[in-house]
Write a protein that binds this ligand. Structure first.
Ligand SMILES: [Zn+2]
Ligand SMILES: [Zn+2]
Length: 539
């Protein structure tokens, strides 16, 4: 009996065995081809060669929050009269909108910005164009201003982060689609109108030979979400994610008219990050024209010929004995030499800039370690280079309320897969064990008993929480960031910060002779006082 029973079990198992498909997919994976085909059919993707959509949206400047605390989003500015044309056949996009001038650099579309130190936006009308590897913007009817190559690549990538773009990109050579299936759970919070877990597919492809782009495709074969990872100098691997809904008939295709886009993690639980700024772009774009494809705007000669930004150029200017402006880039660092060590004020931009500044310091003060790096405030245009100071063995002096953000999101061991930096590739153990931070509450002093450098918390201030400035009382030099920019005439939007600077100087009874800004050239105190009187009350 026993023998016959076990024979029966074997037969039953064979009968249950699933037919082996021609191509084997590992557990958890499925064939991406039918998933993509069904997604393409669901929106009649092939019928749309290009699209123009209009409406009203918003942009969220990445890295410019007042506070890097949990659940504080990027600030928002409205984009009115918004129109964008995307043409996947030519790899071009043209985007125009109206935005209140004054606060933003003109180059700032949405998401990652402020790389080139470009001037503040002067005109309401903004135009952003990408054609192949070139991208440029125009402030009103101003000349085309080239977007740096690294950002131009993200402008191009963005064309393919649309449902139609994704499906077209998935057919290109080298896309190498792969697919998994999963259950999508209910979302906590305001978007959570899912009533039951839904089986979805996620298809990953490679775009521009470099970026992995994932599309989530729901049970109705609709692409609901497209995400990718790009490099951001402060945070490293950086999430960009478009969610699109409300598909309408456009031509013989379907096109989504409601968008919202995450630049950073939308992370209610702070799993990944301390700062959860994320809404980078969004809006309602109900007017859609299908397949109205003008010839792509040709790349202006000035954009083609433009040299990429040279972060390695450091122009040294002596302000006093052992005190130097390290300029030449779109934002400055300052070097203060002591008997046995050096302090640096500000590490803007990126690693390339910091490494160039460090080589310059090593020439000006051979064999003196950079003992301190004072970082004024954690807006991303000011801290892209601070990781490199961890690498070189400096202690980062920051206001204490920014410590959590710097420690958890910025100065970390996390691998950087898109553009690994020197700290990610050569991590020193001090990142975990060393004296990496000096968290200032009110004031802090760096001294060798002959020279003294005071570091102050600037308050009250509307620009950002936790702003530090520094002061050399003997030389009467005040180092500051964003409190008074001298690279262009002061604008009304800057007046509250200038007022905070003046209040701070008066409260500390500082006898300032020279204002040494991060944006612009050092100026005499009288220039600041004249600007206080002359600055317009409104832009
Ligand atoms: Zn700032
Ligand atoms: Zn700034």
């Amino acid at each position: 009996m026993a023998r016959r029973f076990s024979f029966g079990v074997v037969v039953a198992l064979l009968a249950l065995a699933v037919q082996t498909p021609a191509q084997q997919w590992p557990a958890g994976f499925v064939d991406p081809a039918p998933v993509l085909a069904a997604a393409s059919k669901a929106i009649s993707e092939a019928n749309l060669r290009c699209v123009t959509f209009s409406g009203t949206g918003y942009s969220g400047p990445v890295g410019q929050t007042f506070e890097n605390a949990p659940n504080i989003d990027w600030p928002r500015s409205e984009m009115a009269n918004y129109t964008r044309t995307i043409n996947w056949e030519t790899g071009t996009s043209k985007e125009t909108f109206d935005r209140k001038p004054g606060n933003n650099p003109a180059s700032w579309k949405y998401g990652i910005g402020w790389v080139g130190g470009t001037p503040t936006q002067k005109e309401p009308r903004q135009t952003h164009i990408v054609n192949g590897q070139y991208a440029w913007h125009m402030d009103g009817n101003g000349p085309p201003v080239p977007v740096p190559p690294e950002l131009a690549e993200i402008y191009q990538l963005d064309i393919w982060l649309t449902p139609h773009g994704f499906l077209k990109a998935a057919r290109k050579p080298g896309a190498n689609p792969r697919a998994v299936w999963r259950w999508e759970q209910l979302e906590k919070g305001r978007d959570g109108n899912v009533v039951a877990p839904e089986k979805v597919h996620v298809v990953a492809i490679i775009v521009l030979g470099k970026y992995r782009v994932d599309a989530t495709i729901n049970s109705q074969n609709i692409i609901t979400r497209i995400k990718t990872t790009v490099n951001e100098p402060v945070l490293g691997d950086f999430n960009i994610e478009h969610e699109s809904t409300n598909f309408i008939d456009a031509g013989n295709s379907k096109w989504p008219i409601a968008w919202h886009s995450h630049h950073g993690w939308d992370d209610n639980w702070q799993f990944y990050s301390e700062s959860t700024g994320h809404n980078g772009y969004g809006g309602k774009f109900p007017t859609v024209q299908a397949n109205v494809c003008d010839d792509p705007v040709p790349v202006p000669e000035s954009v083609k010929q433009a040299a990429p930004p040279n972060y390695g150029r450091v122009d040294v200017e002596k302000l006093a004995n052992g005190v130097y402006l390290l300029g030449g880039g779109p934002a400055n660092s300052y070097m203060i030499e002591f008997r046995d060590f050096v302090a640096v004020f500000e590490a803007p931009l990126n690693e390339e800039r910091s490494l160039a500044v460090m080589e310059t310091v090593a020439k000006l003060a051979p064999n003196k370690p950079i003992r301190w790096l004072i970082t004024s405030h954690p807006h991303f245009d000011h801290i892209g280079g601070i990781r490199t100071y961890n690498h070189i063995g400096a202690t980062v002096v920051a206001h204490y309320i920014n410590l959590k953000f710097l420690n958890r999101d910025v100065l970390t061991y996390k691998p950087r897969t898109i553009k690994p930096d020197i700290l990610a590739l050569w991590p020193p153990t001090e990142v975990a064990e060393g004296y990496n931070y000096e968290a200032v509450q009110e004031n802090f002093v760096i001294t060798d008993n002959s020279r003294i450098l005071r570091v102050y918390y600037v308050q009250p201030l509307r620009h950002v929480a936790g702003m530090l400035m520094a002061y050399l009382p003997a030389e009467r030099i005040a180092f500051e960031a964003d409190l008074f920019d001298t690279h262009e005439p002061p604008r009304a939007a800057q007046l509250p910060s200038m007022q905070s600077f003046l209040t701070q100087v008066q409260r500390m009874k500082l006898d300032v002779a020279t204002v040494a800004p991060v944006h612009g050239k050092p100026v005499p105190w009288s220039t600041f006082m004249e600007a206080m009187k002359a600055v317009p009350k409104t832009d």
